[in-house]
Design a protein around this ligand. Structure first.
Ligand code: KIV
Ligand code: ZN
Length: 516
């Protein structure tokens, strides 16, 4: 067997649907998770961590369905270090062509205090749980959570136990984003040198971005011998997020001269996945985000524009096409046909089945009637709205009419479909949006508090579509709803209802305590 740390391929382990979705407010619906998992599989990720099956019925079902649908990638589920979690995880991932159980326990002094185990007791628990997982599945990943703050000797000891018990991948999490590149190289090197059996397993790196070093730390770990990078699209994840998939993949591609490792990722699919994840998670990508930010390929200053016109390489180290960013072309209009719409959506990364195209075409025509020119950004907003407001959502906006203007009171006349039944109400408020939100609350009473209400114009002009984001909080659970429409109040109502639909999903998610 070739020592994995000597191979020149770096495996990409995506955890957008697990660590990414764990980020407060990033809850995705069942259908959204399935869609993202399919896109990740098509893009060529080696493994996809599809969820935490014991956390909720919803997570269990999503991991099960994703496992059934995956074509090539390994489908992994997360479990704590107890038999109940591991069994539930196996029940979900076993349907995959290539299933994996990922089990973890916090090994640093602070984390050891939580289950109140001595070092020896924890070592025994690791032995028992990894053995149990390996009896179910021949592909087992084990993680010592907070590895970068665990004593070296103890880390070596527990990794050796996990390897002997049958773990095939050892993941080294920098759970709180504490490490730095030099330390990251040294840690992986030290583990591979010192731990017996280390050359027979793959070492993985799992970095968080609390100090803005997640990408650098992950690449440093590869230099030290790690051959799996755990990452998420757009760097989504708890607190400051995880290593961004697009950053490590493009860094390895662009600087292959000094980082001679390759991945199996089709980089032309990056931009579409980034947009889809931004949409379904409700976490917009910052404009100056590396690789996928709106400004990542924009050249505003005169000197830069002049240089770009003469030779693009003057200021560009990679081409927009490398990440699937099509050059913006002519806008569509009300005379554009279905074929033109299909072609344009294809350029933007949306491949639609005939029946989906039929629905989208109806909405496109309605938009083109209201807007003279339909730009790429309009179509992305339209597709966003198409997916965030799904036909099977519990709550749906059916009808809205508002009265607003200088004379108070402003009022909203709203019909919501709740669980398939129509309910109508009229409510007043301080302005049309407040009246609309009050109407939603009357029809669907809830205690969730509105934390943020944001409106963005998609393009220029008074006929522009508005995208609205609404962030809500209920008992510490945060959700973000989104919608787009040329009518800002309609977009607001739909975004609010989208957030409530996500809250219904979120209410389910509470992992029960379990002992081995
Ligand atoms: O950050 C972390 O430690 C994790 C583990 C569960 C792998 O996400
Ligand atoms: Zn993590």
């Amino acid at each position: 067997m070739i020592n994995p740390s000597k191979q020149d391929q770096v495996l990409i382990f995506d955890t957008t649907l697990r660590d990414g979705e764990q980020s407060p407010g990033a809850t995705m619906s069942h259908s959204e998770k399935l869609e993202i998992a399919g896109l990740l599989d098509d893009m060529g990720v080696d493994s996809s961590e599809a969820g935490f099956p014991i956390a909720s019925g919803g997570d269990f079902n999503a991991v099960t369905e994703i496992a059934k649908l995956a074509k090539t990638s390994v489908i992994c589920g997360l479990s704590r270090a107890n038999y109940k979690d591991i069994d539930r995880c196996w029940e979900a991932v076993k349907h995959a062509k290539r299933p994996r159980i990922h089990t973890f326990i916090g090994t640093s002094p602070l984390h050891r205090e939580i289950p109140n185990l001595t070092m020896d007791e924890m070592a025994d628990r690791i032995h028992d749980t990894v053995t149990h997982a390996r009896n179910l599945c021949d592909n087992v990943q084990w993680s010592p959570m907070d590895a970068t703050r665990t004593e070296d000797d103890y880390l070596c000891r527990v990794i050796e136990i996990a390897i002997k018990a049958g773990a095939t991948t050892i993941n080294i999490p920098d759970t709180v984003g504490y490490t730095a590149p030099r330390e990251s190289v040294d840690l992986i090197k030290m583990l591979i040198e010192k731990v017996p059996g280390a050359d027979e397993v793959t070492f993985a790196t799992h970095c968080h971005n609390d100090l803005g070093m997640a990408t650098a730390n992950a690449l440093a770990a590869v230099a030290g011998g790690a051959r799996q990078i755990e990452c998420t699209i757009n760097g989504l994840g708890e607190r400051a997020g995880n290593t961004a998939l697009e950053e490590v993949v493009m860094a390895l591609k662009v600087r292959n001269d000094i980082m001679p490792w390759h991945t199996g990722i089709d980089t032309t699919k990056i931009m579409n996945l980034s947009r889809r994840v931004a949409t379904v998670s409700g976490f917009q990508v910052q404009y100056n985000k590396a690789i996928v930010g709106k400004n990542a390929f924009a050249h505003e200053s005169g000197i830069h524009q002049d240089g770009m016109l003469k030779n693009a390489e003057t200021f560009e180290i990679m081409r927009p096409e490398d990440i699937g960013l099509a050059e913006s072309s002519l806008p569509l209009g009300k005379h554009s046909g279905r074929a033109a719409l299909r072609a344009k959506l294809g350029d933007l990364g949306y491949e639609l089945a005939d029946n989906q195209l039929k629905d989208v075409f109806v909405r496109f025509k309605a938009l083109a009637d209201r807007k003279k020119e339909v730009f790429d950004e309009d179509l992305i907003a339209l597709m966003t709205d198409e997916s965030t407001n799904a036909a099977n959502d519990t709550l749906q906006v059916k009808f809205l009419r508002v009265i607003c203007g200088t004379e108070a009171p402003q009022s909203a006349d709203l019909t919501l479909t709740i669980g398939g039944k129509d309910h109508q109400v009229t409510a007043q408020g301080d302005g049309p949006v407040d009246a609309t939100f009050n109407a939603v609350k009357k029809l669907f009473p809830h205690e969730a508090g509105l934390q943020l209400y944001q409106v963005h114009a998609v393009t220029e002009g008074t006929d522009a579509q508005a995208t609205v984001s609404v962030r809500m909080e209920e008992n510490g659970k945060i959700v973000v709803g989104q919608s787009a429409d040329t009518d800002t109040v309609v977009a607001s109502a739909k975004a609010y209802v989208n957030a409530l639909n996500k809250l219904l999903v979120r209410r389910e998610k509470t992992a029960p305590e379990a002992e081995p």
